[in-house]
Design a protein around this ligand. Structure first.
Ligand code: NAD
Ligand code: WQD
Length: 339
């Protein structure tokens, strides 16, 4: 039986794009998702893009019996673990839900992998583990600290994974720290479809452009940055998807665990992103300046040296392309997967 790669959370934003990249590279894929933050209609879109090279299992990563069945039935030989909750504000209000889902889910998955003798994992970590960074660009060796429960769940998972690989070198784990994933597949068939008002900047801009929202609130114009607005490292989701492929290949080839930043290394301000989106799409983006959002840092962008050296990977798409692809997705699907 041909081995499969298990993608937990594969119906979600980054997971669905990564599934396409893996299938295009000839891999067999099995997606496990409980659809708590995604829509089953993404699966039809995946079939249109990649044919029937994947299986879908609906369920929760905290369900041990289900995991045992899925790992055995599909001859899984490696896992990419996206499944998790990711809304910072919600994590402050409901910390136990976040620890249960993100830490409990990762723990349950690792136990099942151990039982099944599957020890290659790519884990979705986040630049949030750097907290308010002391220096930019941020190298992987920067101090780790969380500033909210969501970030703490990622740190706890990273610690658990480090302990595991120390205890048993058969475990090969890639911890990928994403910066700010944006954009969509160039077909416009899959993209980011947040439920309710978006927390993140790019989907908010896209929803203003398409007429779903009236006006973007820009959180703060008094940061110590060139134009006073926050600076981030936006990375095209297809570049991110390729990064996962590169990580899996490295785990198989070099048999070594890896912790790397996935970003472009470039800092872009909120104002620059809004202006680029308007220029590239020809849609004006109504906006107003409001107070800073609690917990936001001024500047955050990646040192990408290690990603280039260990994965032979670097981001290729620029900010204009990220806006173009985000807009294609949003204009073809004004209300996400529900239309
Ligand atoms: P997403 O919400 O679109 O995708 C996550 C998927 O996991 C969803 O389809 C959801 O239904 C599923 N899921 C959640 N809990 C589950 C569970 N217990 N069992 C089974 N399925 C479950 O989010 P995304 O943006 O694609 O993020 C994927 C991963 O990357 C997450 O772990 C997130 O924390 C991490 N990450 C995201 C960002 C970002 O800005 N999008 C940045 C850094 C890290
Ligand atoms: C980007 C910039 C905002 C919305 C978050 C998580 C982080 C990671 C990625 C998962 C900031 C400004 C935003 C709006 C605005 N996720 N902004 N108006 O905060 O860098 O990171 O997503 O791991 O953990 O914290 O991303 O897209 O929310 O904000 O002015 O309506 O846009 O202040 O400067 P952030 P973001």
């Amino acid at each position: 039986m041909t081995p499969s790669i298990l993608i937990t959370g594969g119906a979600g934003y980054i997971g669905s794009h990564t599934a396409v990249a893996l299938m295009e590279a000839g891999h067999k894929v099995v997606i496990l998702d409980n659809l708590c933050n995604s829509d089953a209609r993404v699966l039809d879109r995946l079939r249109r893009l990649a044919g029937n090279a994947f299986e879908f299992e609906q369920g929760d990563v905290r369900d041990a019996a289900l995991l045992d069945r899925v790992l055995a039935r599909h001859a899984v030989n490696s896992v990419i673990h996206f499944a998790g909750l990711k809304a910072v504000g919600e994590s402050v209000a409901q910390p136990l839900r976040y620890f249960d889902n993100n830490v409990g889910g990762t723990f349950s998955l690792l136990q099942a992998m151990e039982r099944a003798d599957v020890r290659h994992m790519v884990f979705s970590s986040s630049a949030t583990v750097y907290g308010d960074p002391e220096q930019v660009p941020i190298p992987e060796t920067a101090p780790l600290k969380a500033t909210n429960p969501y970030g703490r769940t990622k740190l706890v998972c990273e610690d658990m994974l480090r302990d595991l690989q120390r205890a048993d070198p058969r475990w090969k784990i890639a911890m990928l720290r994403y910066f700010n994933p944006v954009g969509a597949h160039p077909s416009g068939l899959i993209g980011e479809a947040p439920s309710g008002a978006p927390n993140n900047l790019m989907p908010y801009i896209a929803q203003v452009a398409v007429g779903q929202r009236d006006c973007l609130n820009i959180f703060g114009d008094d940061y110590p940055t060139p134009d006073g607005t926050g600076v981030r490292d936006y990375i095209h989701v297809m570049d991110l998807a390729r990064g996962h492929l590169a990580a899996l290949e490295q785990l198989a080839k070099r048999q070594q665990s890896i912790t790397v930043n996935l970003g472009t290394g470039a800092g872009i301000s909120v104002k620059q992103l809004v202006e680029t989106f308007a220029r590239v799409t020809g849609r004006p983006i109504a906006h107003r300046y409001v107070a800073r959002r609690a917990g936001d840092v001024a500047v955050c962008y990646a040192d990408t040296t290690l990603a280039r050296a260990t994965l032979g990977w670097q981001a290729e798409h620029d900010i204009a392309r990220m806006c173009e692809d985000a807009w294609r997705w949003q204009s073809m699907n004004p209300t996400g997967y529900t239309n």
